[in-house]
Ligand binder design. Sequence first.
Ligand SMILES: [Zn+2]
Length: 317
Amino acid sequence: MAMRRGLLSKILKVVLLLALTFVGVSLVVVWQIGAWNLVFPSQHHDTVAPAIPLDMQSPAVLVFSKTNSFRHKDGIAGGTKALQSIAENEQWGMLHTENGAVFNETDLARFDAVVFLNVSGDVLSDAQEADFQSWVQAGGGWLGIHSAGDDSHSEWQWYNDNFIGATFTAHIMSPQFQSATVVMENQAHPILSGMPDTWQHEEEWYSWEQSPRVKGFTILASVDESSYNPVQKFMDYERDLRMGDHPVVWANCVGDGRSVYAAMGHQAESFEQPVFLRLIVNALSWLISAEACPFLPTPYDNVITSVSKAGISPSGN
Ligand SMILES: [Zn+2]
């Protein structure tokens, strides 16, 4: 009897040890893939702003990459490096921070454009959001990259209405990264200056419930859904992510300010692609410039005439 009890206790110990090891390994994997705050979302809001160098060049760009949800570790590292070299080349000032307290009236006044580089989750307090909204509406520029357009920002309605204009559904899985054809639209727009008509790019492609074109956003590039497999597939689960009209780069006018969103940028490699780098330089130049918004190319062709599963047929294109 005593022997059996001893054996049972040993088995129980081994099972407990295995369970603890499994939980431990799972948590390490969750942390390593950047999903810690996706599993345990943070509501942390900063209260003490970072120091901004007094001698920062002008115009200046604020690069923000705080993640209270999924963290794109590689995309943030690659994007920061690329933005640093762009700022150097263009002789722009740049501050990279993950401290949301910089979103106050005084500090924002030092910048001409703000980049949300793979920002995720509820990163700003209500007061910080309000100060940023006023700054944009008074003429500031915003560039959102990749996860800036996912569904982790849903608590900030103004952000979704003015910058994204669409509700995120999911990204492709199995495989997660696929090469697809990006088709440029509105080629007279300064953001597409020097860009090819089409661009083959490997990305974790996002989908939204509806194209932001219907909300009046200026569509600059779309992904050709026939050039990749737009499904979210995980084991037996399969979800069709086709949108028909599937924009991946768009711009908007917000009061006297403006915004640009680009869905690329999950991997560091995205920021090594000359076409994507050109797009970022052009977008920031447009956001910084004092040109009137909206910019309407002649002939203005951002008018959709038909949407079908087979694709889009904008007039003039
Ligand atoms: Zn991603």
